[in-house]
Design a protein around this ligand. Structure first.
Ligand code: PLP
Length: 512
């Protein structure tokens, strides 16, 4: 097509919000990049093009000037305007910013690491906005003191005393001190503020640790079933995933030590295993520490919801028992406050704190200052402790409502697993209904729950097989909502039977 035809075929939309000169600029740029108007081609004079497009000369002039400033055109008043001769010959269809580009295939493939990264979280579900009973692992936002939070934040903006430049990578110093005091007092963690690195949720903590500590091919013990959010960072680091069965005492350390003795790292949720809800026994804790010390391996302790224990005070952390400096403690505010806050922290062994902070700086310099500062005030002024007490009492009531409703309406269909801690309840499906069938029926009845298979890593073999089970969250719902949800669940699950294999039956007897 002749350049002039191309320009004539550039209808401008007079009703669009985008100014006419901008529309013309974009169209000319696309035509140049695609090679439709070749390097060195002379463009019509501004007055002439304005006439042909029925726009003012100023409109054309503004488009030409912008393209000149960006190097697409060159020329001077009176001498004509040309497409820059220095532009390399453009490939047809190589438009950089054409609408709809996101639907096209990548021009170059992702790197192998990039492809792993892009796929690694695909198994992990995002929360949609509609909160339905019994969404798992979700705190009760109806109990959060948003007004207090808002006032604390407003006070910071009013005083303007916060450092708003680039800060230290390890996080806001007052927050690190307060977290340190909290963890020592309530979790028996042995630490100094210098060991604490504030992260964007525990997810970032795991990503940084995986990058820092693991070479490709090194083994990582992962509980199976277990937290899939943890598997992703280890996979991205190229680690060999070593699924470890879980029984009533927690991760089966003897199994893992026999099967994967050379692993470099063990990831565990000792206080409250996700999803089964069991607490790791003291015997297992000591066994795990012994293995890590002997094999110079790391243990990552994910202590995500330990604030919530209903039958006594929270249990002490595994980190508090460690004398060999091999436990890395990871905590989060996602359960005790809310996930969208994206704040978590690591208590690193002293020599790891500095490399970890430097790795954090590579990813995002440091976490946003305002949420850290507000959280520090929230803790310092007693709101945090009050919120924990309040939510613990409310969740205890919600948990009791759940246990009661399940007992009265679904006895013989669902068998409750351990329920002394956390935000969720794991139940076995005991009426012979397959897990997928039970979950599908529940979902169809508008009940949000997760089958245990959701927590099974694809690498897990038959040793990690579980009897059918479901995870139901109770913390985010009032007792009335819980009773109504159990009613819907009852209707959905009351019929159906299927055979289960013997191994699965035996494991169920050990767990429920
Ligand atoms: C076992 C476990 N660890 C940690 C988290 C929290 O992750 P984050 O701090 O990235 O929100 C969750 C959330 O569901 C979890 O289940």
């Amino acid at each position: 097509m002749h350049d002039h035809d191309i320009l004539a075929a550039m209808p401008l939309d007079r009703d669009a919000a985008t100014p006419l000169f901008r529309q013309l600029y974009v169209r000319l740029k696309e035509a140049i990049l695609a090679g439709d108007i070749g390097a060195g081609a002379r463009l019509p004079a501004t007055r002439e093009l304005g006439r042909r497009l029925a726009v003012s000369r100023q409109t054309v002039l503004a488009a030409y000037e912008q393209l000149m400033a960006e190097g697409y055109l060159q020329g001077a008043v009176g001498k004509g305007t040309f497409v820059s001769a220095s532009l390399p010959a453009a490939a047809k269809g190589a438009r950089g910013d054409a609408a709809g580009d996101e639907h096209h295939a990548l021009v170059r493939p992702l790197s192998a690491r990039g492809a792993t990264m892009a796929a690694a979280m695909a198994r992990v579900r995002h929360h949609d906005s509609q909160l339905r009973t019994f969404r798992a692992s979700m705190p009760g936002l109806d109990l959060f003191p948003f007004d207090v939070w808002r006032k604390l934040e407003a006070r910071h903006w009013r005083r303007r005393a916060l450092p708003l430049g680039y800060g230290g990578a390890a996080g806001h110093a007052p927050l690190r001190e307060l977290l340190c005091a909290y963890l020592k007092a309530s979790r028996g963690v042995r630490c100094t503020p210098e060991q604490i690195i504030v992260t964007s949720g525990s997810q970032q903590a795991l990503y940084l640790l995986a990058q820092l500590l693991l070479a490709p091919g090194e083994g990582v013990w992962l509980e199976s079933p277990g937290y899939q959010g943890a598997a992703a960072p280890f996979e991205v680091a190229g680690a060999r995933i070593c699924p470890v069965p879980v029984d009533a005492e927690g991760m089966d350390v003897a199994y893992a030590a026999a099967r994967y003795p050379d692993a470099r790292l063990a990831f565990a949720t000792p206080s409250h295993q996700l999803p089964l809800g069991v607490t790791m026994s003291l015997g297992r804790r000591l066994e795990l520490l012994r293995w890590a010390e002997t094999n110079r391996a790391w243990i990552v302790e994910d202590d995500y919801d330990s604030e919530y224990r209903y039958t006594g005070p929270p249990l002490a952390s595994l980190q508090g028992l460690d004398r060999g400096g091999c436990v890395i403690y990871v905590g989060t505010l996602s359960k005790v406050l809310f996930p969208g806050l994206r704040l978590g922290y690591v208590v690193a062994p002293p020599a790891l704190a500095e490399p970890l902070a430097r790795a954090k700086a590579v990813v995002d310099r440091h976490s946003a200052i305002m949420p850290q500062a507000v959280l520090a005030d929230f803790i310092q002024e007693g709101h945090f402790a009050r919120h924990i007490r309040r939510t613990r009492d409310a969740y205890a009531e919600r948990r009791a409502a759940m246990l009661d409703a399940l007992d009265s309406r679904l006895r013989g269909v669902l068998a409750c697993g351990p329920s002394d801690a956390g935000l969720d309840l794991c139940v076995g499906v005991t009426n012979g209904l397959g897990e997928a069938e039970a979950a599908a029926r529940a979902l169809a009845a508008g009940v949000d729950l997760r089958p245990l298979s959701y927590y099974t890593h694809p690498a897990a073999g038959p040793d990690c097989a579980m009897p059918p089970g479901l995870l139901l969250g109770f913390s985010a719902f009032t007792p009335e909502q819980i009773r109504a949800g159990v009613g819907r669940l009852e209707q959905a699950l009351m019929q159906g039977a299927s055979q289960q294999d013997d191994r699965v039956q035996r494991r169920r007897q050990r767990l429920y």
